[in-house]
Design a protein around this ligand. Structure first.
Ligand code: MG
Length: 334
């Protein structure tokens, strides 16, 4: 069955069951001209939006509809996590080409709601329209946090230690499999999944935002070198990272061995990992690491420092320093 067969209102009704997970503060959800909710007094609101367009960000052949829905929300939740905030409400707008079935859209929403449920996030509204050039999904997500918890990009200080909350480069390896029609199975499966179903580090961001000693934060969407560059540039500082401290998974090491790639390059320039990079006051780092590692399975990994200059540098294991050009996503595309 096609979306056109049942009309917009039936379509909306079909997709919007189970959209409100946490009713606190919700005055009106889907079904009026606008959603109405009551922000908590004294708490700052954050708002982010991200758009995924078919044949630009994904192809229908390379990602299942369930994973597409999941990822569309995950990239937004990752931005909320990078602010140290708690996600609250999502607004989902979709443009649907007429060769997409109702069942396909059901699965997109199932994937989205699965992740929404994990993070207690409501879907409070949005818009639907037809599309003449591919499927487009735009999601906006609100979040909230006490003002002290917010992790801004411009808050890094000289001497801060730089940490990441997960391994890097897997997603780019997954994309390589997709772009080159390589098998997604066996050893490659987790790399593929890192690309099509990234886990947003929401709990990690919320936890880290609660410490005064955690200064700046960003999620790794464009690649570590670019994204750390944003923190350094916005803070008028530089950074130095140690090539041999950048965490890469066993899967990525094996993949790079097999295909002759450099795992550090993948980790630095890959993008779409959606782990967090944060900077911590060196005097408070030890206590924060201890608390963090008690709570989370994957430890905080110390990869470098914020420097007084404005250079972006990589230190090789043998000690030589090289300038890190903001590679990342655009670089891979060209
Ligand atoms: Mg971001």
């Amino acid at each position: 069955m096609k979306t056109g067969d049942i009309g917009e209102f039936e379509f909306i009704k079909r997709l919007t069951g189970d959209c409100v997970i946490n009713t606190s503060g919700i005055v009106r959800s889907i079904g009026d001209d606008a959603a109405v909710y009551d922000p908590e007094p004294g708490i700052l609101q954050v708002l982010t939006t991200d758009l995924l367009a078919e044949d630009v960000h994904f192809t229908r052949k390379s990602i299942s509809p369930g994973n597409l829905g999941y990822k569309s929300l995950a990239v937004n939740l990752s931005d909320i996590a990078a602010m140290g905030a708690e996600p609250r409400h999502a607004f989902v707008s979709i443009a649907i080409p007429n060769d997409i079935s109702l069942e396909y859209m059901d699965e997109v929403y199932t994937g989205m709601k699965e992740l929404a449920r994990i993070h207690d996030t409501n879907i409070l509204g949005g818009d639907t329209t037809s599309s003449r050039s591919g499927l487009v999904i735009n999601i906006a997500v609100t979040g909230s946090a006490p003002s002290n918890n917010l992790l801004y990009r411009n808050a890094a200080r000289e001497g801060d230690l730089v940490f990441v909350t997960g391994s890097l480069g897997d997603s780019r390896a997954g994309l390589h499999l997709i772009l080159n029609d390589l098998p997604y199975t066996g050893d490659n499966e987790e790399l593929y999944m890192a690309h099509v179903r990234p886990r947003p580090h929401v709990d990690e961001g919320l936890f880290l935002g609660g410490f005064d000693g955690v200064h700046a934060g960003i999620d790794i969407s464009d690649g570590l070198s670019s994204d750390l560059g944003h923190i350094a540039d916005e803070s008028n500082r530089g950074f130095i990272i140690y090539a041999d401290r950048i965490p890469v998974s066993d899967n990525l090491s094996r993949f790079c061995d097999n295909y002759g790639f450099d795992p550090v390059k993948y980790a630095l320039e890959g993008g779409e990992d959606y782990v967090l990079a944060i900077t911590i006051d060196p005097a408070k780092a030890e206590a924060i690491i201890e608390e963090y590692n008690k709570r989370f399975e994957y430890p905080l990994v110390h990869i470098g420092e914020i420097t007084a200059d404005t250079l972006h540098q990589l230190k090789e294991p043998r000690g030589e320093l090289s300038d890190l050009l903001p590679g990342g996503w655009d670089h891979f595309k060209s």
